[in-house]
Every structure is written in C-alpha cells, then in structure tokens.
Design a protein around this ligand. Structure first.
Ligand SMILES: [Mn+2]
Length: 216
C-alpha cells in the first residue's frame, strides 16, 4: 500500500499531509482532517478523496489539480504565518507534500521511473518531465508576469515546485511553453507535472528498482 501520513510543525507552519496512491484508502490517522477541512473549493470525495486547506485559495486549487491528475487521494492541512506573507506556507506545504510522496513511494521498486506530459489549459501549454531519480534537481520556467494569482505570489510557484522536487528526491523539469493568462499558465504546469508523475509512478510487473545502481 503506497500511503503515508506526516506531520511537520515549525514556528512558521503546522502541516498535516496524508497521501494514498493506487486508489488505496488514506491512512486512518488523517481521518480527523475530514472534520477540520470544511472548505468547499478543494474538497471532493469519490474514487479519490482530495481535501486541501492551506489558507491560500489558489494554492489549494493547484494541489487539488496535482492530486486529481496524479491519481492520488490527498488530505493536506496547513496553518501558517499568513499574517507575514504566503512564503512559509507555500514552501513548507510543498516540502511536506514532497516528503509524504517520498515516504509513500518506499524504495521506488517496480515503478516506471520516467514520465513526461504536455497539458494545455485553453491558450496555455506546459510540459513536465519527471525522473524519480533520487537526485533532487529542478528546472522550472513558467514565465509568469503577474505579481500574484489570488493570494499566491507568482514568485512562489517555481519555488514551491523546486521545494517539492528537493524534498521528494526527484528530478523535475517544468516549462510553460506559451499562454497569456497566468492562472492558465500555472494550472497547465501543475497538470502536466501531475500527469508526468502519474506515468513515472505507475507500477510495472517488475519488483526491481529501475536503476543501473540498484537503488534510487
Ligand atoms: Mn483554474
């Protein structure tokens, strides 16, 4: 069962993340979040349960899209120092989510390892390429022009994708190739990341770790 539950508490943010791949049930320790997360905008139950509440609406929207198109169930709850700005919450939720993903993936045995995807959103098109390499690295080029989308600073979008890649120990390249609308550019980037991850994490028939080194 590729699932994980983690809590990450600092003076800046308090975060709980539960993740389940492969349509597995979410870890029971996260059930209390069902009572806590009452917002409607990133909250769905069906084949996938996805409940996200970071206190930043557009960030919830992006994590919702990431979970949905990666095929995850996800509960992510954060309360942070938004009275300062969005920086710690955006960064720390990405670190926590990356750590939960890494924990759920275990030793990365029997996965495809590589994945890539192009996803459009209307006029915008993004490309993501993922290698579950164990080598944290990212190249993110989104070309966002606005200062903010909702309450999320545009400068935090590449930073949080980098934070996820570092924490998860994956190599991630995401580019928005074109598009006029920054909401569309960002959402197409998250969707392409999700679809690439879904391919990379897909299970093969093998029980081996897909590396010439034998470990990832
Ligand atoms: Mn949208």
């Amino acid at each position: 069962m590729r699932t994980a539950f983690i809590q990450r508490d600092t003076n800046e943010t308090k975060i709980c993340v539960a993740i389940a791949l492969d349509k597995a049930p979410l870890p029971k320790e996260s059930d209390f979040l069902d009572e806590v997360i009452t917002s409607k905008h990133a909250n769905q139950k069906g084949e996938q349960t996805i409940q996200v509440d970071t206190g930043i609406g557009f960030l919830d929207h992006m994590y919702h899209a990431l979970a949905k198109h990666s095929g995850w169930s996800l509960r992510l709850y954060s309360r942070g120092d938004l009275v300062i700005d969005d920086h710690h919450t955006a960064e720390d939720t990405a670190i926590a989510l990356g750590a939960a993903f890494k924990k759920a993936m275990g030793n990365f045995a029997g996965v495809k390892r590589f994945g890539h995807a192009y996803c459009p959103l209307d006029e915008a098109l993004s490309r993501a390429v993922v290698d579950l390499s164990g080598r944290p690295y990212s190249v993110i080029d989104l070309g966002l022009k606005r200062e903010k989308i909702g309450e999320l600073s545009c400068e935090m979008v590449p930073h949080l994708l980098n934070s996820f890649a570092t924490s998860a120990g994956i190599t991630l390249h995401v580019s928005c190739l074109y598009g006029n609308n920054d909401h569309h550019r960002t959402e197409s980037a998250f969707k392409s990341f999700a679809v690439a991850l879904r391919t990379a994490t897909a299970l093969t028939e093998s029980k081996e770790v897909p590396s010439t080194k034998g470990v990832l």
